[in-house]
Design a protein around this ligand. Structure first.
Ligand SMILES: [Zn+2]
Length: 506
């Protein structure tokens, strides 16, 4: 089945960490089905987890259900026909073991923050906890008066209720994977920092760090404007930047990004973090990977477009500095973990958050841009986004778009960089030849072969000048005569940071 819409009603209290929930889940059956499974973590012996108390269909008929481990199974009295639409009503309660983080911030205030990545939403929300199933979402939250509740989408209602409680209704009509649909509840100071094309941008920080927090999140507006104007229109109704208790540095929740607590409490430079999470609003939240193995389509893009933002804002040197830093990390990572970017051996999906998905994925995009040119690359990124927005993609889908816009066969490129482990490890040397041309010798010493071109700056001892040559590497050992130079004094491989490779000293 395909879930189309979720409405989650949640009640938060200060008496305990128990939450009470009602979920209305609208689904369309893709085949005749008599029973379905939803993701929801059942109550365990330690008292944590969600206990379902009632399930009914849209006519109000009670349905049989059972819970086991991570699954809620629901049985219909008769098979639901293919293509029919049904809205299930589920009542449940429990103390979240994970997913909704209920804790205390540095100032002693109790807070609630959804932290769903990668598949932790089903610790507090029944549904399909996988990025390939996207649905519109509403959160209707009741909480004690002293909380402000932020949620995915537009604020439709904020009301005082009897008994010092408040009600918030947030709703989005953009289909999302559950990994980025959340609420946060805390005492907040909230500032509106401007808008981009009528999209409001705001900062939500704990009141104790109001001044510094607002200052820290202030650059978000301009970063949003940059991507909105240079890549594609922003896909969501608002951008809120929220101080939170996420376990990650930043969590790119759709339209309300949650950042680590200290991000708003110290003057750490977080411009790169803001840019990374804002870039995710397009890549990851809107054009999403079809499964976790291809998460570089989220993380590699967010990492790369942070560099791209720095390049366009601060210049080429800043861009190449960032890439050079990342290259060091990739080389170090490969020494511990020589695996391809798409690594289907991973079982624990938190492990796909690694240097391959982020920095190496970013380098793949950088090298793709070098290979097909900036104009084709940006056109390809925009076409890919347009084609897969509010949907899902695999690496092959990106490759197909990039081949279309460039007219090049990119199969070897994607194969060697995304599906093959490692990078070229090169022994580079030269031989002078007083009676003819000097030669540069490049040996690939890694396992497997790469087809790449490396630029080398050649310093000529005779003329004291420098020439840059491009040497295509096809074989394990490549000998390249340098026309016009007989006396090389030194070589500088890859002077413009174009290739992911490692120098191996001869
Ligand atoms: Zn990220």
């Amino acid at each position: 089945m395909d879930i189309r819409n979720y409405v989650f009603q949640l009640e938060l209290t200060d008496e305990s960490d128990l939450i009470r929930g009602k979920a209305n889940i609208e689904m369309r059956f893709l085949q005749d089905l008599q029973s379905i499974n939803l993701d929801l973590y059942a109550r365990q012996d330690n008292g944590k987890g969600m206990l379902v108390t009632a399930v009914s269909d849209q006519q109000g008929n009670a349905l049989a259900f059972s819970q086991s481990g991570h699954t809620l199974s629901i049985v219909f009295p008769q098979a639901q026909p293919a293509k029919s639409i049904q809205t299930l009503h589920i009542e449940y309660e429990g103390i979240p073991e994970d997913g909704l983080i209920i804790s205390t911030n540095k100032h002693g205030s109790r807070t609630f923050f959804g932290d769903n990545w990668p598949n932790r939403a089903h610790h507090w929300l029944p549904g399909i906890d996988h990025p390939s199933d996207k649905a519109t979402v509403a959160f209707q939250v009741t909480a004690p008066q002293h909380y402000q509740v932020i949620g995915t989408g537009v604020l439709l209602e904020e009301s005082n209720l009897p008994n010092d409680r408040k009600y918030y209704h947030w709703k989005t009509d953009r289909p999302l994977p559950l990994k980025v649909a959340v609420i946060g509840a805390a005492p907040f100071s909230v500032a509106y920092t401007g808008s981009v094309d009528h999209i409001p941008v705001s900062s939500w920080v704990f009141p104790e760090v109001r001044d510094i927090g607002f200052r820290q999140y202030f650059p978000a507006r301009d970063i949003l404007a940059f991507f909105h104007e240079n890549l594609a229109p922003y896909p969501f109704e608002k951008l809120a930047n929220v101080q939170s208790k996420t376990r990650y540095g930043g969590m790119e929740n759709a339209g309300n990004i949650f950042y680590y607590e200290a991000s708003a409490a110290t003057d750490n430079d977080i411009e790169g973090l803001l840019a990374h999470e804002i870039a995710h609003q397009w890549f990851g939240n809107t054009a999403s990977e079809k499964n976790w193995y291809h998460v570089w389509l989220s993380e590699g893009f967010a990492t790369y477009f942070t560099h791209y933002y720095f390049e366009q804002t601060y210049g080429d040197a800043r861009y190449r500095e960032g890439l050079a830093e990342d290259r060091k990390r990739i080389i170090q990572y490969a020494k511990r973990n020589l695996k391809p970017i798409v690594n289907t051996e991973i079982n624990d999906f938190n492990q796909v958050l690694n240097t391959n998905s982020y920095q190496k994925g970013s380098w793949v995009l950088h090298m793709l841009r070098e290979k097909i040119g900036t104009a084709a690359f940006i056109q390809g990124v925009q076409t890919y986004y347009e084609r897969f927005k509010f949907g899902n993609a695999l690496t092959a889908d990106l490759q197909a778009v990039m081949e279309e816009v460039s007219g090049q066969n990119l199969e070897p490129f994607f194969q060697q960089w995304v599906f093959q482990a490692g990078h070229p490890q090169l022994k580079i040397s030269y031989q002078n030849n007083p009676s003819g041309f000097a030669e540069i010798v490049v040996e690939q010493v890694q396992e497997g072969n790469f087809e790449v071109t490396i630029e080398i700056a050649v310093h000529d001892a005779t003329t004291k000048s420098t020439a840059t040559v491009s040497i295509p590497l096809k074989d394990k050992k490549n000998v390249y005569p340098v026309m016009g130079i007989s006396n090389i004094s030194s070589l500088e491989p890859d002077p413009n940071t174009k290739l992911l490779f490692e120098v191996i000293e001869p």
